[in-house]
Design a binder for this molecule. Structure first.
Ligand SMILES: [Zn+2]
Length: 317
């Protein structure tokens, strides 16, 4: 009888659940809407049902589930397994998620911040396999970050380390939802891309269209639209400013970029690398490989399972 893990990636949009082997191979997986607006009781109930479904599949194949890991967005008290607050789930204040899940499941559950989990997933089974120290940035609706040092997530004093999206890159820049101005998230997220495009149009004194998505900007850039191409180079440059500081501070072996903006890799990466070489120290800048994520949407589930394995066995992946 093999012992299995369950990894859950609870995002503001999707709830992903997987049954994994102890070496991180996905045996089964499921995705459904997380329906955050339903309120915490129904979301937790849906979490429980999804985990039980994966556990039943494992049991029917003759396996036992040793632990469950859940990656959730927001501020997480990992020791107590409490979601302190979450921008995606407004009614989750000091929600004892670990206790509620353990009571319903009778299995040990560990909670981790979703971006940290994704970083550990890439380090365990993805682009960073075999690498000790790496940093992951997820460029999506926002910019998530996770720092893995010597195979372990770096949590900091309050569990809030790794908020790379809120690194200031322009002191008097765009207003961010966090209250700061000029955060990386405002320039390198999907929304950042569209704003970079609007700025590029304004510079050319061309009218700004009513509504445009980041995907439309990528497509326009590929079709030769100069303002869109410029917006993507700017996105790359802003990202490079942030990554240069990370490289100088952490001297990582790898920087992994995930999330939807990664789809436009060829449109921004040269500007990112040029900016890093310009700003960071030569030796760490040459050392740090900047690569796309390999696990894509699976990174969070795989990482959540890695968290469960590490904390159950005290093992470094
Ligand atoms: Zn911010």
């Amino acid at each position: 009888m093999a012992r299995m893990l369950i990894g859950v990636d609870l995002g503001g949009t999707n709830l992903r659940t997987a049954l994994l082997s102890q070496d991180g191979a996905i045996m089964e997986k499921n995705k459904e809407s997380s329906r955050a607006s339903d309120g915490h009781e129904r979301v937790v109930q849906r979490l429980i049902e999804n985990i039980k479904r994966q556990r039943d599949i494992g049991v029917s194949q003759g396996h036992a589930v040793m632990a469950v890991g859940v990656g959730a967005p927001g501020v997480i008290d990992i020791e107590r397994g409490i979601v302190v607050k979450s921008p995606n789930f407004p009614d989750w204040n000091n929600l004892p998620l670990k206790a509620e899940l353990e009571k319903a499941l009778g299995t040990t559950v560990f909670i981790e911040n979703d971006a940290n989990a994704a970083a550990l997933g890439e380090q365990w089974r993805g682009a960073g396999k075999g690498i000790g120290s790496m940093i992951m940035l997820t460029l999506g609706t926002g910019v998530g970050g996770g720092i893995v040092l010597d195979g372990n997530i770096w949590h900091g004093a309050d569990g809030m380390a790794g908020e790379i999206g809120h690194m200031t890159i322009l002191p008097e820049g765009r207003m961010c939802g966090c209250g700061n101005t000029g955060c990386l998230e405002m320039y390198a997220s999907a929304r950042g891309v569209t704003q970079n495009y609007c700025e590029a149009l304004a510079e050319q004194e061309r009218p700004v269209s009513d509504f445009i998505t980041s995907q439309q900007v990528y497509q326009a850039a590929r079709e030769g639209n100069e303002a869109a191409a410029r917006a993507m180079r700017d996105t790359g440059r802003y990202l490079g400013i942030g990554i240069a500081s990370l490289i100088n501070i952490f001297n990582p072996e790898m920087v992994v970029l995930g999330g939807g903006v990664k789809d436009a890799w060829d449109l921004f990466i040269d500007s990112t690398r040029a900016e890093v070489m310009k700003r960071a120290f030569d030796i760490p800048a040459r050392r740090a490989r900047i690569v796309p994520s390999e696990l894509g949407d699976d990174a969070g589930m795989v990482g959540a399972a890695a968290v469960a394995l590490q904390r159950t066995e005290g093992k470094t992946c």
